[in-house]
Design a protein around this ligand. Structure first.
Ligand SMILES: Cc1cc2nc3c(=O)[nH]c(=O)nc-3n(C[C@H](O)[C@H](O)[C@H](O)COP(=O)(O)OP(=O)(O)OC[C@H]3O[C@@H](n4cnc5c(N)ncnc54)[C@H](O)[C@@H]3O)c2cc1C
Length: 613
């Protein structure tokens, strides 16, 4: 088959195009229909929304629920909590906006059939912690997807979106293109507004699990940074991309520890059976000052203590489960927690003869990930809510990026950590409401789609198939060719660069200006080689475009890390040449803008406004 032989071009027109049908995308699709009864709402997803995204295999807790109906928490409390955990730097307007609406999303989940655990005494949702409520969540994603499916005019599954389209006369989005990963058909979506909800980024840093285990990461292995790369490509400003997350998790299976700490009241100790966190308080104070005295202790600082203890030679760090697991109720919860969410951890324990009733399992820190919805807040710089955002954070519609008509939610939007599954869905709803208003107010003023742009992109998108078809004739065996690079080789090269130069596991999360600059040089060389990617089939073509997205995300992370000349979050990464937190110069957001014509990145600072006392 030649470059275009047998391949159809499918044109789809939409009022609102939602890219990525995960938690945020489903929320956006659902809410778009609520406000835009007669609009054409299209959701496009690279997998199948029934089981796609970070919630694919289910969750055991909804981590963001205020409980306002019972006076448990108020939105202001959540802003304070997130601000504290992020060492002061959050978009309080965006966080407040999610917190004030998130409970209503959770109530909808229950109405749609999600089994919620209830406290037998009070009848309220069973709390795991101050913000978390417990669910029987194996089917969380299909339940949410059903609501989106019923709301959408059309859902296109199995379409990998590779690029956004732009009106060539304005800074305005006009749609997106991608290809069907099963049929190879080329899809051109023309849209009046686009909402990006395409997940975070794993596999940009070398994972702890390599070789045959490399698919096992904490964040979903299919989160390929599209939510960042798509807006970056068209010049949307990004924020806090240096704020990567490192998680303390059960070793080898990345099993979450939240239910263990919060509900089972387990605790950690070093290899000698000693409590170790207090030992590092003074050391940490020397780096970050009074932030170490905050309650709760920010997540990154707890990581820091663990890393220091390991470096002092007193590993392994273990979770003390033996005591809690003597209680049959807690033992059940401990296992169910994994069976409904991270079944792989239960399998790892079984295969390694670890019964947590008799053996305290090891913990470790993960490789870094980039995301905007969990405990960190990388992502696009977005306009805030009209009634709450400071003037400097408002240039149009709520959750609109710095490109007209381009909205985002969930991992896509920066500055708002701790939204999790429920907050991401809620932010999707918020973005959708604004996007509908945008479309209605624009009326007949519609963005123009350029045929030249989507035809040029078509050539670029499918070129790796052609590279492979021609280049494979140069080799008779093996996978290494003189004329093309396979996606797996490109991915491993990327992960190695990020790991060694940008603060991954092999340097104990340490980097500095020289390393970052060298990392950027190596990333540029990899970028140059990307035109030689070879894809054997459509699956590998998808891998190629995921790699493109991961690479652009990585470049962004590296530029941001270089720009912020301090160590704001020890335990997530360290700038060896600026080891201290520097509130005087860096109590600010970092912003970047990529120019796709020159390949240059422009960096700037933006103020952090503390709206809530
Ligand atoms: C291991 C783990 C445990 C977690 N535990 C909890 C928990 O206990 N409680 C909680 O509330 N939250 C938890 N979370 C967080 C929660 O899952 C995320 O906050 C939430 O899923 C983020 O929503 P999102 O829509 O931004 O991304 P996702 O839900 O990941 O959705 C992104 C979607 O975009 C699609 N996509 C990506 N790229 C493209 C492309 N190029 N073209 C088309 N489609 C694309 C993906 O396939 C996916 O469907 C956990 C996450 C993980 C990974």
């Amino acid at each position: 088959m030649g470059l275009f032989g047998g391949r159809k071009t499918v044109f789809v027109d939409a009022d609102i195009l939602v890219i990525g049908g995960g938690m945020a995308g489903c929320g956006a699709t659902y809410e778009s229909r609520y406000w835009g009864r007669d609009l054409k709402i299209v959701c496009v997803e690279k997998a199948n929304i029934e089981r796609s995204g970070a919630v694919a295999q289910g969750l055991y807790a909804i981590n963001c629920y205020m409980g306002m109906q019972w006076g448990e928490n108020q939105p202001e409390d959540h802003v304070r909590y997130a601000r504290n955990d992020l060492m002061g730097l959050v978009r309080e307007d965006l966080g407040y906006d999610i917190a004030r609406h998130v409970d209503s999303s959770v109530h909808k989940f229950e109405e749609w059939g999600l089994p919620m655990m209830k406290d037998p005494k009070t009848g309220r949702y069973q709390r795991e912690g101050k913000w978390q409520i417990m669910i029987h969540g194996e089917s969380y994603k299909p339940i949410v997807a059903e609501a989106a499916r019923k709301a959408a005019t059309e859902v296109y599954n199995r379409i990998m979106v590779t690029h956004l389209l732009m009106d060539n006369k304005a800074n305005r989005v006009s749609g997106a293109v991608g290809f069907n990963v099963r049929t190879g058909d080329y899809h051109v979506f023309r849209a009046k507004a686009v909402i990006v909800g395409a997940g975070g980024a794993s596999h940009i840093f070398k994972p702890r699990a390599v070789g045959e285990g490399m698919g096992r990461t904490w964040y979903a292995p299919w989160s390929s940074g599209s939510c960042y790369a798509l807006p970056i490509q068209v010049g949307a400003k990004m924020t806090q991309m240096e704020n990567r997350i490192v998680l303390t998790r059960f070793k080898d299976g990345y099993g979450p520890v939240g239910a263990y700490f919060l509900h089972l009241k387990t605790y950690t100790q070093n290899g000698n059976g000693e409590e170790y966190e207090k030992r590092w308080v003074e050391d940490t104070r020397a780096l970050v000052g009074e932030y170490i005295d905050h309650h709760p202790v920010p997540t990154c600082l707890r990581n820091h203590a663990l890393l220091k203890e390991l470096a002092a030679g007193r590993g392994p760090i273990r979770m003390v489960t033996k005591e809690a697991f003597q209680d049959p109720h807690k033992e059940t919860i401990g296992w169910e927690n994994f069976l409904g969410m991270t079944i792989g951890q239960a399998v790892v324990w079984a295969s390694q003869n670890i019964d947590p009733k008799h053996v305290n399992p090891e913990l470790t820190t993960s490789e870094p990930y980039v995301m905007g919805s969990h405990a960190t807040c990388s992502g696009a710089w977005a306009s805030g809510p009209e009634d709450y955002a400071p003037a400097e954070y408002q240039w149009g519609y709520n959750r609109m990026m710095t490109v007209d008509g381009l909205f985002g939610a969930g991992d896509t939007i920066g500055g708002t950590a701790h939204k999790f599954s429920s907050g991401s869905f809620t932010e999707g709803r918020i973005a959708a409401k604004a996007a509908v208003r945008y479309v209605m107010e624009k009326g007949r003023d519609q963005p123009q789609v350029s045929e030249k742009e989507y035809r040029d992109l078509e050539k670029v998108i499918y070129q790796p198939l052609e590279n492979y078809r021609v280049g494979r004739n140069e080799i008779v065996a093996g996978t290494v060719s003189p004329s093309y690079l396979l996606p797996i080789h490109g991915l491993q090269r990327l992960e190695k660069i990020m790991d060694e130069y940008v603060g991954g596991i092999s340097t104990n999360y340490m980097t500095n200006g020289q390393l970052l600059n060298r990392g950027l040089e190596l990333l540029t060389m990899l970028k140059e080689d990307m035109s030689s990617m070879g894809a054997e089939d459509l699956h590998q073509l998808q891998r190629t475009w995921e790699l493109h997205h991961r690479l652009l995300t990585s470049e962004s992370v590296t530029h941001h890390t270089l720009f912020r000349e301090e160590t704001r979050w020890p335990g997530y990464y360290y700038r060896g040449d600026h080891m201290k937190l520097d509130d005087q110069n860096w109590h600010c957001f970092t912003l970047s803008r990529y120019d796709r014509d020159t390949g240059k990145w422009a960096m700037e600072k933006a103020p952090v406004y503390h709206i809530i006392d």
